[in-house]
Design a protein around this ligand. Structure first.
Ligand code: CTP
Ligand code: MG
Length: 313
């Protein structure tokens, strides 16, 4: 077995991860940019909506081979994230690499079988691989080790010898620096807070509404898609000055006819979903700008009842 000197892997490499389910292949694969990783599970999901649907494996493998060929033709560094514990699974991968003068590198993810089995426990039902299958995959991986060189792999390495944490953190750091505008770009600016609270996926729908006065002078934003929208206010004094958070506009809980604005705190994207779905319409934290807090009435009612009790003895 030859050893590569890390951290560098040649640009013109095809990295074939080899390991049983739960060994940590996808965890390592994620340290490379997503576009460089061909994941069989992901393709199974693409063709069947279910990453665990074993009946979709044939179609997913066909898709993987098609994509691999396209990347090898372009001489692009590629990682194949699949168990690859059998020779028949590896053969077409090596062939694709060799057709295009790429270097096939076998990366063995040699995690102990007991650990791979233990890791199935917390997984969702459709992603749990039965114990006997994991044991077989582990045995196949160990047996493979002897034949990998003869199969045509230029290098055979164990994943433990890879230095992947540094490039992984470097990539995450670059994304973060870009978000903050520390890379010379404009950055997310005031969308950083939005991204942190509601997630990056909401950003394309987010529109600040400068000049809007629906929130007593606080900044207003809208999340709109076609006919559906939410109005939000950025509060800067939630629990004291400088403590920022968002409110989302909901109907007044006191009076169906009320046209004043009512607001309820929105802590996460779940609050946005619930607000649009009407699930927050009775939330106890709603404050109507005309009628006051949602539970203000009840307190008043309670007080009135107590007062009456006192009066009537
Ligand atoms: N894991 C870990 N430490 C590592 C690598 C993985 O704790 N060094 C954990 C992961 O967090 C995950 C589990 O092990 O919960 C399985 O890792 P994963 O990368 O998903 O395994 P795969 O080999 O991709 O499994 P499968 O073939 O089923 O996709
Ligand atoms: Mg995986």
């Amino acid at each position: 077995m030859t050893e590569l000197i890390y951290p560098q892997m040649p640009e013109r490499s095809l990295v074939v991860l080899i390991g049983p389910s739960g060994s940590g292949k996808s965890t390592i694969a994620r340290t490379w940019p997503a576009s460089q990783v061909l994941s069989l599970d992901a393709l199974r999901e693409v063709v069947s909506d279910d990453a665990g649907d074993q009946t979709a494996t044939g179609d997913a493998v066909a898709a993987l081979h098609l994509l691999l060929e396209a990347r090898m033709r372009r001489r692009l560094f590629t990682v194949v994230d699949a168990t690859n514990v059998t020779r028949s699974a590896r053969e077409p991968l090596i062939a694709a690499a060799k057709r295009h003068d790429m270097l096939p590198i076998a990366v063995m993810v040699a995690t102990p079988g007991s650990v791979c089995i233990e890791r199935q426990g917390p997984r969702p039902a459709n992603r749990t691989v039965p114990e006997d299958v994991v044991i077989k995959q582990h045995k196949d991986m160990v047996d493979s080790h002897r034949t990998l060189k003869a199969e045509g792999f230029s290098e055979i390495v164990f994943s433990d010898s890879l230095y992947r944490l540094l490039p992984f953190l470097e990539r995450l750091s670059e994304t973060r620096q870009a978000d903050l505008g520390l890379d010379g770009s404009a950055g997310l600016g005031d969308l950083n807070l939005v991204s942190r609270v509601f997630g990056a996926e909401i950003l394309p729908l987010w529109q600040w509404k400068p000049g809007s006065n629906v929130a007593d002078g606080d900044r207003v934003a809208e999340i709109r898609l076609g006919q559906q929208y939410l109005t939000l206010a950025l509060r800067t004094d939630v629990d004291g000055e400088g403590d920022v958070g968002f409110d989302v506009m909901v109907p007044c809980p006191h009076d169906d006819e009320c046209t004043s604005r009512a607001w309820v705190p929105a802590y996460s994207v779940t609050c946005l979903f619930r607000a649009l779905n009407g699930d927050l319409d009775d939330d106890e934290d709603i404050v109507c700008t005309a009628h006051g807090p949602k539970n203000g009435d009840e307190q008043d009612d309670d007080l009135e009842a107590q007062d009456l009790e006192v009066i009537h003895g």
